[in-house]
Design a protein around this ligand. Structure first.
Ligand code: TXA
Ligand code: MG
Length: 316
């Protein structure tokens, strides 16, 4: 299969509307989309990614008004989160309408819904005939793709179309809140912080899957995730003395340790989030064997970075 690469949201949507798989940029990470009502196209997504079929997909809509097309109930908590935080890097799990095919929800009675704020994603979704089911556009188990070249590297020749855009500005996948249960439950941390969510929904609970070393809650959380080829070593405190090894790399917020050639100091937690997956990919391309990752403080997007680092290290 030849992957058609385009800069036009309209052309990409035309591909999707005739049943093709289309990768597209969003503010979190790139997604790999198909029309939710075309079971064959959805099956092609699972095949291209090598994704287990029991891992449900997030449904993307252009505007909050369209959530009713896939969800049969929007309760008070969901309404608050939609009004305050959509469009943006947040996914809500809601009771699904029976019209949403089982292959999208992996047989669950619920559906994850997200409304991206990214202008190209929004234009693309606006040209699509129906909501778009889309997981992250990477091979299953690998770090998510935050730029179009990485999407092409993983999926070129396996997907029909790639809508090119700028690199994702957030760099980590959306925050997921399950609003189908009372009280609502945070399933995945992301750029919408726990602090912000608790301001809006004080009774919200945090799933153990969001806490390092605990059992998975969201179906997709049980699989190996975000992993580069290199071994990940987590550092709890700044470490200035690491083995001087040409096959080791370091990423973190504090001063660069001496002696490592491949080091990346981030100047904020936002920057750390934005560059992390790209750094993993670069390390793999440069034959790095060990990546030392300094854990950022546990606040704001720092929690999401820590979550991805723990999972990449196989600690969760
Ligand atoms: O930022 C994002 O969320 C990106 C962009 C493309 O929107 N998408 C993304 O999709 O990260 P994916 O498939 O890589 O991760 C979706 C996660 C999986 O862990 C899946 O198990 C969970 O969402 N999920 C989807 N539907 C669910 C549901 N009905 N109940 C519980 N978890 C669900
Ligand atoms: Mg993913």
């Amino acid at each position: 299969m030849q992957t058609f690469v385009t800069d036009s949201p309209e052309e990409a949507a035309a591909c999707l509307n005739r049943g093709e798989t289309v990768a597209f940029p969003t503010e979190t990470v790139y997604g790999l989309g198909a029309d939710i009502f075309r079971a064959e196209s959805i099956a092609a997504i699972f095949k291209a990614k090598g994704r287990p079929s029991d891992n449900p997909l997030i449904v993307h809509v252009q505007s909050p008004d369209m959530i009713n097309e896939v969800a049969r109930e929007i309760n008070e908590a969901a309404r608050i989160l939609i009004d305050r935080l959509f469009p943006g890097p947040l996914t809500l799990v809601l009771k699904k309408r029976s019209s949403v095919p089982d292959i999208v929800s992996a047989g669950l009675p619920t559906v994850g819904v997200r409304c991206p704020s990214h202008p190209i994603a929004s234009a693309f979704l606006g040209f699509c005939d129906h909501p778009v089911a889309a997981p992250s556009a990477n091979l299953s188990g690998r770090p998510s793709s935050t730029d179009w070249k990485t999407v092409y590297h993983d999926l070129g020749g396996k997907i029909d179309c790639l809508l090119r855009g700028a690199p994702s500005t957030i760099g980590l996948e959306s925050t997921i809140v399950d609003c189908s249960v009372a009280p609502p439950l945070l399933l995945r941390s992301g750029a919408v912080s726990i602090e912000r969510l608790l301001e809006l929904i004080p009774e919200m609970k945090i799933a153990t899957s969001c806490l390092p070393g605990q059992a998975p809650k969201s179906p997709g959380m049980k699989y190996r995730h975000y992993s580069p080829e290199a071994a990940i070593v987590l550092l709890d405190a700044p470490s200035l003395q690491l083995p001087a090894d040409p096959h080791s790399a370091w990423i973190g917020l504090s001063a660069l340790p001496e002696g490592l050639m491949h080091s990346l100091r981030c100047h904020s937690a936002d920057e750390y989030a934005r560059v992390l997956f790209g750094f993993f990919r670069t390390c793999d391309a440069q034959n790095i064997h060990t990546i030392y990752c300094e854990l950022p403080p546990e606040q704001g997007i720092g929690r999401a970075i820590r979550d991805r680092l723990f999972k990449a290290a196989g600690k969760n």
